[in-house]
Write a protein that binds this ligand. Sequence first.
Ligand SMILES: Cc1cc2nc3c(=O)[nH]c(=O)nc-3n(C[C@H](O)[C@H](O)[C@H](O)COP(=O)(O)OP(=O)(O)OC[C@H]3O[C@@H](n4cnc5c(N)ncnc54)[C@H](O)[C@@H]3O)c2cc1C
Ligand code: FES
Length: 253
Amino acid sequence: MQIVKSPLIETTEVQENIFIQKVHSPEIAAEAKPGNFLNIRVSETIYPLLRRPFSICDVDGEYIFLMYNVTGEGTGLLAHKKPGSLIDILGPLGNGYNFESDYDTAVIVAGGLGAAPFPFLTRKLANNKNILSLVGGRNKRDVITYNLENVLTASDDGSEGMKGNVVDLFKANMKELNKKKIKVFACGPTPMLRALKNVCIDNNINCEVSTECAMACGFGICQGCPIESSHNQDTYLLVCKDGPVFNVKDVLL
Ligand SMILES: Cc1cc2nc3c(=O)[nH]c(=O)nc-3n(C[C@H](O)[C@H](O)[C@H](O)COP(=O)(O)OP(=O)(O)OC[C@H]3O[C@@H](n4cnc5c(N)ncnc54)[C@H](O)[C@@H]3O)c2cc1C
Ligand code: FES
């Protein structure tokens, strides 16, 4: 973990209100693992103290990529940065996905902006594992398939792919998936992760989820990001330090 100021190379709007920022950051790129995140100071003047957490979307050589949609002031400020601006980055943070374990097919399950960490995971898995990417959103606009492989989609309103949510899509593919040795890697809103957890536990499927919550420090000091352990009542883990990735069996969602 380090603090670096890295130049923004370019910002690309890959679909409506979904931005990819390419940043030249050899120091972060060298340490990054899929599922890690960065805590970014979005402004030197307006928010002198507060940082915002973002997944590492991808790493290519010395370049790192962020994916975000503009939801508030912090992401708005990030979207307005010009090429050459220095981005103040604390990271890489968090544990990351354990993608080297024993399975043949990686099943990526992404809801909305939960697609953010998966281009990097896809890049790491590409030569070693089969990949199936299940991507969902409320509507066509929310279904983000950027740099994913072998993609099936679902949307709540049926405007993109199967009508239903991404856990419905997972269940619809269960028969085929049951013939393979799979591991599920998921990221998305907590209700989606909770539904996925139930399906995976019922079917004895190995599943890791990247959880989200409001964060401040990002590295275990402020105690501001608790998540309850499913093993010991009233025992809490920290999303930023013990996670954000957890085996679904280990946390209460
Ligand atoms: C580990 C981690 C990784 C993340 N990765 C990404 C990413 O790759 N891309 C991305 O766009 N976002 C990501 N987020 C969420 C991102 O940090 C928030 O969207 C961002 O902080 C919003 O800042 P803002 O100032 O623009 O919005 P704010 O004004 O702070 O909030 C705008 C809206 O977003 C909601 N919001 C704020 N933070 C979160 C959060 N953590 N989870 C869910 N809703 C939130 C608020 O409740 C509010 O409704 C991640 C969060 C975590 C914890
Ligand atoms: S954000 Fe401070 S302990 Fe997790």
